[in-house]
Design a protein around this ligand. Structure first.
Ligand SMILES: C[S@@+](CC[C@H](N)C(=O)[O-])C[C@H]1O[C@@H](n2cnc3c(N)ncnc32)[C@H](O)[C@@H]1O
Length: 263
């Protein structure tokens, strides 16, 4: 059973109250400053001011994260702001080591051997002569020293070519290899947004579950999401049996929905 501490509070203030080095895992997605229409938060600050604010809250995360902890930071871009994820991660380079860069793939089309094209997932189409439909976001894996061990096979996949199992000694005879850094996780199909997903910028529960599993379920005692939204990270913590979860959110309607979803 997960013990939840979900707070209606600015995360910078809230995180300052927590004990240094007390968090194993942070999974979060901050406002991207790309003009998303939240009900309370204004998502249009000047870029320099926004990056300064990110450094302020990220410094609080750095204080709380254990030396062997993991901080998974989800951010996307927009055609008008293609450099935003890179600017953000550069701003944080004095605080963390970028241990892995993961691409969260929301939609993909694959040409099969028989020339059939298979498409999976959802994306927002862009009506443009210049820009491609945006089908991915970043998930930066930030750590204190770049040496955090991972449970790579917890997200492992079977080998396509089974002869590899015997060929490579590191498999120890198991039909399981590291999935790599492209994670295909589509949004769930919904009928009524205001009821089923009443928030303009969420990630799927599964994205946070995969972060927990990759860090190692048994090594996650306390998990934090400073920008809780409607609580997809909290639901993931519950699904994985994380003992303690702390979240902050400044919008009471989103927080209420997060509390409702964890029952
Ligand atoms: C991108 S959304 C997070 C969505 C979340 N991952 C989910 O799946 O529901 C960012 C959230 O941060 C909240 N927020 C903005 N500034 C905040 C602050 N200073 N402290 C806590 N929450 C804040 C916004 O209200 C918004 O719900």
């Amino acid at each position: 059973m997960t013990i939840f501490h979900l707070n209606l509070e600015d995360c910078v203030r809230g995180m300052a109250r927590l004990l240094a080095g007390s968090i194993d895992l942070v999974v979060t997605s901050p406002p991207y400053n790309l003009g998303v229409r939240y009900s309370k938060f204004s998502d249009r600050a000047d870029r320099a001011g926004y990056l300064r604010w990110c450094k302020t809250w990220a410094a609080k995360v750095a204080r709380l994260l254990k030396v062997d902890g993991s901080f998974f930071l989800n951010v996307g871009a927009s055609p008008a702001n293609p450099m935003f994820p890179h600017e953000l991660v550069l701003e944080l380079r004095d605080l963390f080591v970028l241990q892995n860069t993961i691409h969260w793939i929301k939609s993909i089309s694959i040409e099969e051997k028989n020339d059939e094209i298979v498409s999976r997932g959802h994306f927002k189409p862009i009506n443009s002569r210049r820009f491609l439909n945006d089908c991915h976001e970043y998930l930066f894996h930030l750590t204190a020293e770049g040496k955090t061990p991972l449970d790579r096979l917890a997200l492992g996949v079977p080998y396509q070519d089974k002869t590899n199992i015997a060929r490579w000694s590191h498999t120890r005879g198991r039909d399981r290899r590291c999935r790599g850094n492209t994670w295909f996780i589509p949004y769930e199909t919904i009928q009524r947004r205001e009821k089923e997903r009443p928030h303009p910028a969420t990630f799927p529960v599964e994205l946070a579950e995969w972060c927990i599993k990759l860090h190692g379920v048994s090594r996650v005692h306390t998990m934090l999401d400073p920008f809780l939204g409607i609580g997809n990270s909290a639901v993931a913590a519950q699904n994985c049996g994380v003992p303690k979860f702390i979240g902050f959110e400044i919008d009471e309607s989103y927080l209420a929905e997060a509390k409702r979803r964890i029952g």
